[in-house]
Design a protein around this ligand. Structure first.
Ligand code: TXA
Ligand code: MG
Length: 348
């Protein structure tokens, strides 16, 4: 199969036709590119899992163009969901709700990994919305990367992994947000952020009239749920979004120790994602100066991680940002999953 990368007005019809025929199509969204398939068609959905090498127990997000399409695939759409959808859709917020199991146009069991809930998202990219409207069915779309790897924020990133595997890559330019959507679980008694994103805890808390701290899973419960309790969302597994090159995160206070560690090594080359101008390290093949502003940092993060991964270094060293709240929470989450903490005992 020859993969076509296409933009322009005709691509919407073409993408919708391919999706309706059960084919895979890579789609732009405001967060990251997704690899989409008809969520009502189990065979089409199975092809997503195969293409990504994704474990079958990790459910997919169903993309819809508006609130009424979301209502059709959910068992119920509570007032909290309306309030949030009206405020933040189209946009980078995914809501987990009880799913409708029977009837026309519902999401198939395979797409939700056999679960009783469905994650619904109305993406804030005009081409994605046009395609969703044209196809008239929910579209399952995980990030268009091999399972566990770095998410794609441009058509070229998708082509690097899915050339010859998807029929069509819809070219909608570079993703503006750059990090995957916030996933908020509304199927349990207290709304819980399963994955932080650009719709921040603070923004959600304002609409829900709650304390932002009460919305977040603790680090502990994320990594290892209480005994007998299922992992809330298999995508929360620790190692994720990772480059192929060994990647370490460090605090700026560790720079002198890292310098000593590197100076003891010969014939090593590193790539660095730095924030502080003073954190110059030896043996740097590439130094990427990351933006201090979180929106820009998020937008550039995966692209820079891919560049660092491709420059042929022995390891990537990433300076942890100081910010903790708002969008920084989402950035820190991705950094922690993509890296291991550096220590003087770290081996290369
Ligand atoms: O921004 C995004 O959300 C992108 C774009 C393409 O829309 N999609 C994306 O999909 O990030 P994916 O599959 O890479 O991540 C979806 C996350 C996973 O962690 C998955 O476990 C979780 O959402 N998820 C999906 N359905 C769920 C459900 N019913 N309950 C709990 N978690 C769910
Ligand atoms: Mg993903």
């Amino acid at each position: 199969m020859r993969t076509v990368i296409q933009s322009g007005p005709e691509v919407v019809r073409r993408a919708a036709d391919l999706l309706a025929a059960g084919e895979l199509v890579a789609l732009p969204t405001e967060t990251v590119y997704g690899v989409g398939a008809d969520a009502t068609n189990p065979d089409a959905v199975a092809r997503i899992y195969a293409a990504k090498g994704r474990p079958g127990n990790n459910p997919l997000i169903a993309h819809i163009p508006d609130i009424s399409a979301a209502e059709r695939i959910c068992q119920s759409f509570p007032s909290k969901a309306y309030a949030l959808a009206e405020r933040f859709w189209p946009g980078p917020l995914t809501l987990v709700l009880p799913r409708r199991q029977h009837g026309d146009g519902v999401v198939c069991e395979r797409a939700v990994a056999g679960g009783k809930t469905v994650a619904v998202r109305c993406p804030g990219h005009p081409m994605a919305l046009d395609i969703l409207r044209a196809v008239g069915r929910p579209i399952a779309a995980p990030s268009a990367n091999r399972s566990g790897g770095t998410s794609p924020t441009s058509p070229a990133h998708v082509a690097a992994e899915f050339d010859g595997i998807v029929e069509l890559i819809v070219d909608g330019g570079e993703c503006l947000v750059g990090l995957e959507s916030t996933v908020l679980d509304l199927s349990c008694s207290t709304p819980t952020i399963l994955r932080p994103g650009a719709i921040t805890a603070e923004m959600l808390a304002t609409v829900l009239e709650l304390n932002p701290l009460d919305l977040s899973l603790t680090e502990m419960s994320r990594a290892s749920p209480a005994e007998g309790e299922a992992l809330k969302s298999p995508g929360l597994l620790w190692r994720h979004y990772a480059p192929k090159t060994k990647a370490f995160r460090y605090e700026v206070s560790q720079v002198p120790a890292i310098r000593r560690w590197l100076l003891e090594k010969t014939n090593v080359a590193i790539a660095q994602l730095a924030l502080s101008p003073s954190s110059v390290l030896p043996h740097a093949r590439e130094r990427f100066n990351m933006p201090a502003e979180p929106m820009l940092y998020a937008r550039e993060f995966y692209r820079t991680l891919r560049l660092a991964d491709a420059c042929g270094s022995d390891c990537i060293l990433i300076e942890m940002p100081m910010g903790q709240t708002g969008l920084w929470a989402a950035i820190l989450d991705r950094l922690r999953r993509a890296t291991e903490p550096w220590s003087p005992e770290a081996a290369l």
